[in-house]
Design a protein around this ligand. Sequence first.
Ligand code: ZN
Length: 188
Amino acid sequence: MKQKTDGQSKKGITQLERTAYHEAGHVMAHFRLHVVFRYVTIIPAEGFLGCVRTYPHGRKFREHIENGDYTLRERDRLENDIVIYFAGNEAEKKYCGRYNHQGATSDRHNSIDLAGYIAGEGEALEAYLRWLRLRARDLIANSLNWKAVQMVAEALLERKTLTHEEGRMIFDKAYGIEPFLFPSEAQK
Ligand SMILES: [Zn+2]
């Protein structure tokens, strides 16, 4: 079903907030899908308003994907990457009520590039991308996951940049998981 949009975002939402929720969506998906990243920032740089800096894939992974002789595990990893790409826009949409076309473009291009290795082109590619986008939407729709997105977005608006570790602590808090402390730290 096509989403009805009037081309207007909810009143009073700033670009920075949109960016924070967008990046927080990516961050939440990273944690839920167990993909480590370096840091996330909403400090704009050349060509983007914010970003999650990730670790590049190894040469072997890229070769396997490009040659089509990937393992199930590698395919799984690639699909997770695509779900992560979609999660940014899905989070932003839930927050603002519409997609951000500026931020959506590079995520979408990256998704199509990756998905093409698995599903080729045409209808199969479209169906495959749609399924992966639905997976991202389901992640965002989960209330605990959404709470994590909100907490990460708020932290980003306050601190602008979070490392994977800092994000992890917020994420655990959202899920009510006690952070692990060494006995010496716990006594403080
Ligand atoms: Zn993005």
